[in-house]
Design a protein around this ligand. Structure first.
Ligand SMILES: Cc1cc2nc3c(=O)[nH]c(=O)nc-3n(C[C@H](O)[C@H](O)[C@H](O)COP(=O)(O)O)c2cc1C
Length: 193
């Protein structure tokens, strides 16, 4: 891999993100997403479900009742970051998110989800709800109709307009930023690491 070539670096970034969808040992499988809620920044770890390189979007799943969904509806500004020690690479993306709930997109993602992933959407009151006794919220998959959780299921489509790549190496780190304009034209430049 030639870390002095920006085109190769973009290719590498896209490969690492794509690999993160299925490869559970990659830390790009569990990325950190930050959003703004009431003028405060909130970050949380989320499982990467899909990536479209040409459209520059990443798909995540969440409970429609969650704080992050409300935050994005009020302010779509989103940043996603990951670092994988195996590849010694950090990737930071900045852009905006949209929510799919009870529509064609959410239905497709729900149909492709495994039972164990569907289970959490049947939890009563929904994620981020303040509770007194957490044990009252435990339940077994066999005691519920998994499909009832669909009404609480949402997908988050995060589209990035910039991507920053940082590769750590003893001989000298490499840091490079890509910025896309509204027409999808990309500009790139090196940064002091
Ligand atoms: C390894 C890991 C994976 C997670 N994956 C997701 C996920 O895919 N979707 C999600 O909504 N929350 C996921 N969470 C939980 C979130 O980090 C967060 O605690 C929760 O969604 C509430 O966030 P909010 O209050 O900002 O909405 C995950 C947490 C961990 C530790």
């Amino acid at each position: 891999m030639n870390y002095n070539n920006k085109a190769k670096i973009m290719q590498r970034a896209f490969e690492l993100i794509r690999d993160g969808i299925k490869n559970r040992s990659s830390l790009f499988h569990t990325l950190t997403m930050s959003t703004i809620h009431d003028q405060e920044i909130y970050s949380r770890v989320m499982v990467l479900r899909d990536f479209n390189a040409s459209k520059r979007f990443l798909r995540f799943h969440s409970d429609y009742r969650s704080k992050k969904v409300q935050a994005i509806k009020n302010n779509p500004a989103t940043s996603v970051i990951g670092y994988d020690p195996e590849s010694k690479t950090q990737i930071r993306m900045v852009g905006t998110s949209i929510i799919n709930h009870n529509n064609k997109e959410s239905k497709k993602a729900w149909k492709e989800s495994q039972a164990i992933s569907k289970k959490c959407y049947s939890v009563k009151d929904g994620s981020s709800h303040a509770i007194v006794n957490p044990e009252l919220y435990d339940f077994h998959i066999k005691d519920i109709d998994l499909e009832n959780g669909y009404k609480n299921f949402a997908t988050i489509i995060f589209t990035f307009s910039s991507l920053e790549f940082l590769y750590l190496q003893r001989s000298g780190h490499r840091r490079c930023k890509f910025i896309w304009d509204k027409e999808g034209k990309v500009k790139s430049y090196w940064l002091v690491p």
